[in-house]
Design a protein around this ligand. Structure first.
Ligand code: GDG
Length: 500
């Protein structure tokens, strides 16, 4: 049999095309968990990555120069990069429109933020077809095609429409909503049917998986059979395997970085400049799903309820610019800055400012220095597929004295609920109480919790994630990966029953 290659299809390529000030084009390597995880796998399998380069086709460099840049990217990454070119209108309607104004809010349960603009759908279909055509041109029958995330749900369907036979897998990085929310989507049947065109579909948590299966049962009445820890959906013309594969991080990379002298020095200087107090850290992309205003207000409520916290604790809130040209995100930034200003105006005393607000992306080393040195991480999204910040904080917290306060609505809670302190981000009083309790937690309890968190994440790292998906997808080996837990909060802080 010919060699099987792995082809990853994602909205963005793992390189970024940048125009320097003097007009010269450059490529820079992309960062993020997916790039680190898939890089080695793609290299070893003679891999291919298909994606958009983040620029409008109208503004891209001329053909030969672009080819040259891509060739350079291919040389540097060690696998083949295949760009999909999108026009400005396609970017607006497929990416900003259908993906980010419809699927993103709907799948995060924020239905009232959806803009069901009818002109977006044809572009979503058209661009997904373009991606499928790129798969046709760059892969052959032996290759395994692995499609990533909500922007590209229709690629599997389009491949079939083009008459192409490939073994395909799909992973959804964001949550999958429950039936009552999913039903609001005008294209609900098309989206659900398209997901069932893949051979394997992976979700972040068992809850997402159940939501999906619930929608399939309700809207299509297909039979669903359990097989080991997976479900097999039996369509009239075939079957699709669905499972929960919680994504993770490159644990080693964060731990190793946290051990370097540079990071130690940065970490020391952070505390040196904010002496005699505990530091609470929030790091988020600018996005309304991350619950930043709720968190700031809960922190202020804690200062109000527990005056002993004043002068002894500082919240460092890092907000990473994202989707900056979208009006809604601009408004969110203003709202955050207004709340920070009000809280600081109200509580600041000579020598103590309650919130340090940073609005920019930090270099990886500096981010890890904050992870390493801050006593508490406040990771409180309103809804999140997984949330990698929670896992990165633990991996980098090598002295094992940190406390993770985590939202029940982050996918990460389904794995970390035993040793993180869980909160409902809408419950301001409980959030305030939990922050206060964390500040007073004894060192031995902190250490025991953090040690267990780190051990778990080390065992369930990103390499493990890639392997379990590919084992299920390529080898159809369903036996040797761990069962994900079904998590719901319980009154005394345990795991909900799994009696489905
Ligand atoms: C989607 C889902 C799911 C953040 N600030 C800086 C920085 N980051 C990096 C972190 C982390 C990543 O960005 C953020 O990952 P998240 O998981 O928190 O969130 P999304 O971007 O919303 O990702 C999410 C994820 O996909 C994976 O499946 O977990 O639920 O929404 O890796 O390190 N990196 C640097 N400086 C920063 O200031 N260098």
């Amino acid at each position: 049999m010919e060699k099987r290659r792995l082809a990853v299809i994602s909205n963005r390529l793992p390189i970024v095309l940048k125009k320097e000030q003097r007009g010269k084009w450059q490529i820079e390597p992309g960062s993020g968990g997916l790039v680190t995880a898939l890089g080695p796998v793609l290299k070893n399998r003679d891999g291919i990555w298909i994606g958009w380069m983040g620029t409008n086709a109208e503004e891209e460099p001329a053909g030969p120069l672009l080819k040259d840049l891509i060739r350079r990217g291919t040389r540097e990454t060690g696998y083949s990069l295949k760009p999909v070119h999108l026009t400005k209108e396609e970017v607006n309607k497929y990416y900003h429109g259908f993906s980010n104004e419809i699927l993103w809010p709907l799948f995060h349960d924020l239905f009232s933020r959806c803009n069901f603009d009818l002109s977006y759908w044809p572009f979503y279909e058209q661009v997904n077809r373009k991606f499928a055509q790129a798969v046709v041109s760059n892969t052959d029958e032996n290759d395994y095609v692995w499609v990533q995330d909500y922007q590209l749900i229709l690629v599997g369907r389009e491949l079939k429409r083009l008459g192409l036979k490939r073994q395909t897998g799909y992973f959804l990085h964001i949550p999958f909503p429950p039936l009552d929310i999913f039903l609001k989507l005008p294209w609900r049947f098309e989206i659900l049917e398209a997901l069932m065109e893949y051979d394997l579909v992976g979700f972040q948590t068992v809850r997402d998986l159940r939501n999906f299966v619930g929608c399939v049962r309700a809207l299509f009445n297909y039979k669903v059979a359990k097989e080991k820890f997976m479900n097999r959906i039996l369509r009239p013309d075939g079957e699709v395997l669905v499972g929960a594969f919680p994504i993770s991080i490159d644990y080693r990379e964060f731990e190793d970085l946290a051990r370097t002298g540079e990071v130690a020095e940065m970490a020391w200087s952070i505390h040196e400049n904010l002496p005699n107090r505990q530091l609470v850290l929030g790091v988020d992309r600018l996005d309304y799903t991350k619950g930043i205003p709720h968190r700031l207000l809960a922190f202020a409520h804690a200062l109000e309820c527990y005056p002993d916290m004043r002068r002894k604790v500082t919240l460092i809130q890092v907000v990473v610019p994202s989707r900056v040209d979208v009006e809604e995100y601009g408004n969110l930034k203003q709202e955050i800055e207004r709340i920070v200003g009000e809280i600081n105006g109200r509580f600041t005393e000579v020598g103590w400012t309650p919130i340090h607000y940073i609005y920019r992306s930090l270099p990886r080393q500096e981010l890890v220095a904050y992870y390493k040195t801050c006593e508490i991480a406040l990771v409180t999204p309103l809804k999140d597929g997984m949330n990698l910040i929670a896992k990165e904080y633990c991996a980098s917290n090598i002295e094992e004295k940190g406390i993770l306060i985590l939202s029940e609505f982050a996918g990460a809670a389904s794995q970390l609920h035993r040793d993180a302190l869980l909160v409902n981000p809408y419950d301001r009083q409980r959030m305030a109480d939990t922050i206060h309790a964390a500040l007073r937690m004894q060192d031995d309890e902190r250490q025991a919790r953090m040690r267990r968190l780190r051990r778990f994440i080390k065992r369930h790292d990103i390499i493990n994630w890639v392997n379990s998906f590919l084992h299920a997808g390529i080898a159809r080996n369903l036996g040797d990966f761990p069962q994900a837990e079904f998590f719901v909060p319980s009154p005394n802080g345990g795991v909900g029953s799994d009696d489905e």
